[in-house]
Design a protein around this ligand. Structure first.
Ligand SMILES: Nc1ncnc2c1ncn2[C@@H]1O[C@H](COP(=O)(O)OP(=O)(O)OP(=O)(O)O)[C@@H](O)[C@H]1O
Ligand SMILES: [Mg+2]
Length: 704
């Protein structure tokens, strides 16, 4: 009797101690959560601070010199920019970079995709005496650049495994003896590391004082910490050692501070001037669409999106999760009247190149690709990038979506999100370093119906927030949102998993949704105030609970695949006790927003624009290799549409001398046929001209 009393007493004591412990655990877990958040903030702050410290360490000249001031080559540079490159004004940092290179400095350029890095070395290459050497990682990138330069009348060549003997001889002569016209020479990194012959010719060129500049494009390939490491890039350090007096410019779109330090060291450019531009791409509109669980509905939506928003064959990319999905989606889009090809790593090089070429020349509208469709994409007028399912990280999404709008014109990045896609990705990335953390970051981006999408990029890359200007769905949405109290639903989910785990059972996300529905029906729903959730909302809730660490994912390998299961996470107890209110944001009624992007973007090309678009394609096929966008950029077509020049002199003021000399008469012919002016108005005659709908009278100067 007495024994029992003692036992009961001790039991009470233990239970009260356990309760005390539970409370302490809860406090500790809350503390842990706060610390996690602070850790993320501190990491971002550290990154910013390191970047600015590196800037001041490695680039003392930034503080000493003003690269935007006046320089002796200013007028020559302006003339070349406009008359040779047909570019009417510099973009952010371009002029400063060009000035520092022209001053003989080594330069490191971090500038977002499409920011205009090529001009930063191509223009000095034209201005400086001698030959510029450009190292670039991919044959297709090199071919694009060489063709583009040829179209501008700049003598450029490439020396790669595909170069024929005659050209090779010409190049070697130009290097060795300064014979023949050569301004820019593109090589792959293998040439530097593997061809002694080439290096000896290059040395002779340098000796004779003819090596004017060395440019390393896609410089992040140097670093093992970068996303596209290429072993041959590691040997490029030899260039600065052999040619210390020749300025070097290294360019990349993304490099963390670790990668930046790495490549400064590897390329031996410790005193380089560093230019870091913002990650912001103001012309890109970001949106996330809810993705149906029915495959065909998703394709219908994507097909409608393309044909309604881009009826003039404007180029786009659709990214898919797997090779099989890629082929399937391309086929289904074709079945809905969209000219789409697929592209993935299982195809041979020739087939891939063919698909890429058709698309580059705007002969097909869409490439449906896996991540394999990557670095070689140089097309400036990609108007939309659709993600059929979410990427594996914010970084990957930034890069893939960033292939849109490299010409600076309004373009769209659309991601189709379904919470059920998260475990598909997580079972692929969980073994990678920080794989799950990265995936959950992008899942958070997708789940949010309130936060600015652009803001998520700034936070991720540790940059100060900038104005979105109504260029993301959440900033302009007119969809009414409400917060659902999901505390009770969370309790049910947690207790369900607790029961299952006690019985050694497990569930995937989709199985858990079904079990939730059954349990809700039987036990809770009717007697409670809590609202009934739709299937999609339950999925959304479960992913939210994973992101909040109430639940977590666990993985099991089978012979063929890896399965992702949802199990209890570190914060499950307070959630079960209902101590932590859980809110789910839901749309009351989904009505597509009449957003600013849609009104800013004109859906219909004018007749004139369509004709000029046809013209650039005709000229492109007439000239073999040249891309339509190298003949006239989309921006230049808009300019012509706006100003309707009808004389060669007027045209030259808009697109510069070289392009006018080459294509002027063809362009003027189109202008005349569209504006009805020109041929019949003789020299000096007064004629009418339409400019943005305003009719005014102008005296003719010169006829083309
Ligand atoms: N100042 C400018 N004004 C208008 N267009 C420009 C200007 N500078 C560059 N461009 C155009 O922008 C497009 C992208 O330029 P570029 O290929 O140099 O980008 P990038 O920075 O090298 O991007 P990526 O990282 O994707 O290689 C090209 O079509 C180019 O002609
Ligand atoms: Mg580039």
């Amino acid at each position: 009797m007495e024994d029992e009393e003692n036992i009961e007493e001790e039991l009470l004591l233990v239970e009260s101690q356990l309760n005390g412990l539970q409370d302490k655990i809860k406090t500790l877990l809350d503390q842990q959560e706060e610390l996690y958040e602070r850790q993320a903030q501190l990491k971002a702050m550290l990154e910013i601070s390191k970047t600015s410290r590196d800037a001041s360490n490695s680039a003392p000249s930034v503080a000493l010199e003003d690269w935007s001031g006046k320089f002796s080559w200013d007028s020559q540079a302006d003339d070349t920019r406009f008359n040779v490159f047909g570019i009417s004004s510099y973009r952010s940092n371009q002029r400063e970079i060009i000035n520092s290179i022209m001053s003989g400095k080594d330069v490191l350029v971090i500038m977002a995709a499409g920011g205009g890095k090529s001009l930063c070395y191509q223009l000095p290459a034209v201005l400086r005496d001698g030959i510029t050497l450009v190292v670039s990682p991919l044959l297709s990138l090199i071919q694009d650049q060489v063709m583009g330069l040829a179209a501008l009348g700049i003598p450029a060549h490439m020396l790669t495994s595909t170069t024929n003997k005659e050209i090779e001889k010409f190049i070697y002569k130009a290097l060795e003896k300064g014979e023949g016209e050569l301004k820019i020479l593109y090589v792959t990194p293998e040439k530097i590391s593997k061809s002694k012959r080439f290096m000896s010719k290059l040395e002779k060129c340098h000796h004779a004082g003819r090596l004017s500049l060395v440019a390393i494009d896609e410089a992040h390939c140097c670093s093992q910490w970068g996303h596209d490491f290429r072993p041959d890039y590691k040997n490029l350090g030899i260039l600065k050692i052999q040619f210390p007096s020749v300025p070097m410019i290294a360019l990349t779109a993304t490099a963390t501070s670790k990668v930046q330090m790495d490549l400064i060291e590897m390329l031996h450019i410790p005193r380089s001037v560093k230019f870091v531009s913002t990650v912001n791409r103001p012309n890109l509109f970001y949106r996330v669409y809810e993705k149906s669980s029915v495959g065909k509905v998703v394709i219908d939506e994507i097909a409608n999106f393309i044909s309604e928003s881009y009826p003039n064959n404007e180029s786009g990319i659709v990214y898919c999760f797997s090779r099989k999905e890629c082929e399937q989606v391309a086929k289904e889009l074709r079945g809905r009247g969209i000219s789409a090809d697929y592209y993935h790593a299982d195809m041979d090089v020739v087939a891939r190149e063919k698909v890429h070429m058709r698309w580059s020349k705007s002969k097909s509208q869409v490439i449906v690709g896996t991540v394999a469709f990557g670095m070689g994409i140089n097309k400036p007028d990609v108007r939309f990038v659709v993600h059929h399912s979410l990427s594996k990280s914010m970084e990957t999404y930034y890069q893939e979506s960033g292939r849109a709008g490299r010409d600076g014109l309004p373009s769209e990045c659309v991601l189709y999100y379904r919470p059920g896609d998260v475990p598909r990705q997580s079972s692929m990335v969980f073994y990678e370093n920080c794989g799950l953390q990265n995936l959950y970051d992008i899942a958070r981006y997708c789940q949010s119906k309130k936060n600015c999408r652009r803001g998520a990029f700034f936070q991720h890359f540790g940059e100060a927030v900038q104005e979105c200007n109504g260029m993301c769905d959440n900033c302009v949405s007119s969809i009414e949102l409400k917060d659902i109290d999901a505390t009770y639903h969370t309790k049910i989910t947690v207790s369900l998993l607790q029961e299952m785990q006690q019985n050694d059972q497990r569930a995937t996300l989709l199985q858990l949704v079904d079990k939730f529905k059954t349990k809700w029906k039987h036990s809770a729903g009717c007697s409670n105030e809590a609202v009934d959730l739709k299937k999609e909302e339950i999925e959304q809730l479960i992913v939210q609970l994973i992101l909040d660490r109430v639940l977590k994912e666990e993985f099991q390998h089978t012979a063929y695949t890896t399965n992702a299961y949802v199990v209890l996470g570190p914060l499950w107890k307070p959630a079960l006790q209902g101590n932590r209110p859980v809110k789910l944001t839901s749309a009351i009624h989904s009505q597509d927003s009449g957003d600013r992007f849609k009104s800013a973007k004109r859906n219909q090309m004018s007749n004139l624009e369509a004709k000029l678009d046809d013209l650039r394609r005709t000229i492109s096929s007439r000239n073999g290799g040249i891309f339509p966008h190298a003949v006239l950029s989309t921006e230049q077509i808009s300019l012509l549409n706006c100003h309707t020049p009808t004389t060669i002199a007027e045209l030259e003021k808009l697109i510069g001398k070289v392009k006018t000399d080459k294509y002027g008469s063809d362009i003027i012919e189109v202008m005349w046929s569209e504006t009805g002016s020109g041929k019949d108005s003789g020299d000096g005659a007064k004629r009418q001209k339409k400019d943005k709908g305003v009719v005014f009278v102008e005296s003719g100067e010169e006829e083309g």
